[in-house]
Design a protein around this ligand. Structure first.
Ligand SMILES: *[C@@H]1O[C@H](CO)[C@@H](O)[C@H](O)[C@H]1NC(C)=O
Ligand SMILES: *[C@@H]1O[C@H](CO)[C@@H](O)[C@H](O)[C@H]1NC(C)=O
Ligand SMILES: *[C@@H]1O[C@H](CO)[C@@H](O)[C@H](O)[C@H]1NC(C)=O
Length: 455
């Protein structure tokens, strides 16, 4: 404890002096600004093609305490949403091994997702975070282009170390990554059929948190959701429905960019009506404080510690407006069929939602999932929604049929791992390892297991 306090003090002094441009007079090593134990196991750049200088920045954290030989330990890949938001937000604000505090220091995260799995953060697509886009034109404008780049980056990553070669890969992420994740999963399935066994990406499953996947179906639920949650009255509901309809009509005319703006107006109006600090978590008095990540990552020593290779004038941004603009017209396009394809191929799919999210929450996911084309969808919809407990307390609800699992997590919003570190860690670990309610036992047996597990 004492050691931490003096480190904190030292770092705040350090920041103060750097403002006074005395930084050069210090021989600062990474271990002061960025404790040695918080350094990524590896970090750097993954080229997206042999003919381009564009590359995807990554940080990798090996499992802290793997329960299997490293060569078999699952690898989780995390993708932030946006479009255009940096996975360093996930790394330093949500699920990485060390999180940034509002005094811009790092502290260990007890809910880290690399406790027993390897964890890779990718700044995706190029142009996002520390990733490099050699030209703005090269930034993807659709999910196929996103997937091509991701595929190149993932295969390159796996080649970095022989220990990665056979490890099962789980692609995870949140929000707009609800589109990236199905897209890269689908792309890997297609690509794998054309590759030799040894060249295939060893995809084992995908996990999507508070995901935007089938945007139209999801958007038209806002008025009802807010009304039945008691947040708006009938007249306001009608107003919201009118805006929702405008967005739907623009999609029907395939006026995609305008439709994206129309969706934003729906959410703006809902925001105005509720008066909440943020729709990402209705219980918050102030929005998520992920701005800290950008402040921290703009400290020169931090960039150095992470192996970021940019000139002094480069300003790290949490979310890139250029990438947002490039994917603006893509936003309302559905990738639902890709999730259907993943399930058809028996790929494991986890959907989870922090329950307090009013933008892409429980109702918005329930709405699209039940319309998915998958031979078992009716069984899934009719499957029991089980009470999920962690350490004897209700943590949420789990609904599962074959390889599809949906989890509602209580006490959290859009950035769920930030709100529920331990429960989100329990969720991802149990899902990957197929334990407890996330297990693959037959559904009849699940019922009796449930009471045991609950105990
Ligand atoms: C790692 O595992 C050992 C043995 O199971 C345990 O005692 C220890 O607390 C674990 N450490 C972490 C960081 O989880
Ligand atoms: C479609 O969007 C364009 C701008 O991108 C706009 O000029 C046009 O009027 C829109 N068309 C319809 C039918 O809404
Ligand atoms: C929400 O409120 C702001 C500020 O009053 C206003 O500028 C904006 O037009 C409102 N948005 C909608 C969709 O009504």
């Amino acid at each position: 404890m004492k050691k931490e306090d003096s480190t904190t003090l030292f770092i705040s002094k350090l920041i103060f002096f750097s403002f006074l441009q005395f930084l050069t007079s210090f021989s600062v090593s990474y271990s002061s600004t960025f404790p040695y134990e918080a350094l990524p196991t590896k970090s750097g750049y993954l080229p997206i093609s042999p003919t381009s200088t564009s590359s995807i920045f990554y940080t990798f954290y090996e499992a802290q305490n793997s329960t299997s030989p490293l060569s078999q330990t699952p690898l989780l890949i995390w993708l932030q949403g946006g479009p255009g938001c940096s996975s360093m937000v996930g790394n330093f604000y949500e699920l990485g091994p060390y999180l940034v505090t509002n005094s811009l220091t790092l502290q260990p995260n007890p809910g880290a997702w690399n406790r027993i799995f390897g964890l890779v953060f990718l700044d995706n697509p190029i142009g996002t975070g520390f990733s490099v886009a050699s030209t703005p034109q090269e930034i993807p404008a659709d999910q196929t282009a996103v997937a091509e780049h991701l595929f190149a980056a993932i295969t390159r990553f796996v080649q970095l170390d022989p220990v990665f070669k056979h490890r099962p890969i789980y692609i995870t992420g949140e929000s707009y990554a609800g589109k990236y994740i199905p897209a890269i999963g689908y792309y890997i399935l297609e690509k794998n059929t054309k590759l030799k066994n040894t060249e295939r990406v060893n995809l084992a499953g995908v996990a999507i948190g508070n995901g935007l996947t089938d945007p139209v179906t999801q958007m038209v639920t806002h008025a009802d959701n807010a009304y039945y949650a008691g947040l708006i009255n009938q007249r306001q509901k009608n107003e919201l429905e009118k805006l929702q309809l405008e967005a739907v009509e623009l999609v029907e005319r395939r006026n995609w960019s305008e439709a994206t703006d129309a969706r934003s107006r729906v959410l703006d109006l809902l925001q105005n009506m509720t008066g909440f600090a943020t729709l990402y978590d209705y219980s918050r008095k102030v929005p998520y404080e992920d701005w800290m990540v950008a402040q921290f990552l703009n400290i020169a020593e931090v960039k150095k510690a992470l192996g970021v290779n940019v000139d002094e004038s480069f300003v790290y941004e949490k979310c890139s407006k250029i990438v947002w603009a490039a994917l603006h017209a893509d936003l309302m396009k559905s990738v639902k069929y890709m999730v259907g394809k993943l399930l058809k191929e028996k790929m494991r799919v986890l959907l989870y939602q922090g329950q307090r999210d009013l933008r892409v929450g429980v109702v918005q996911v329930e709405a699209w999932v039940k319309t998915m084309k998958w031979e078992w969808i009716e069984d899934f919809v009719n499957a029991e929604r089980k009470i999920w407990k962690v350490n004897g307390e209700v943590a949420g609800y789990v609904q599962k049929w074959k390889s599809l699992t949906n989890v509602v997590v209580l006490g959290g919003g859009h950035l769920l791992p930030a709100d529920q570190p331990l429960n989100s860690q329990a969720m991802i670990e149990d899902w990957v390892l197929e334990k407890g309610l996330f297990g693959s036992v037959s559904d009849r047996n699940d019922v009796s297991r449930n009471s045991v597990y609950d105990g």
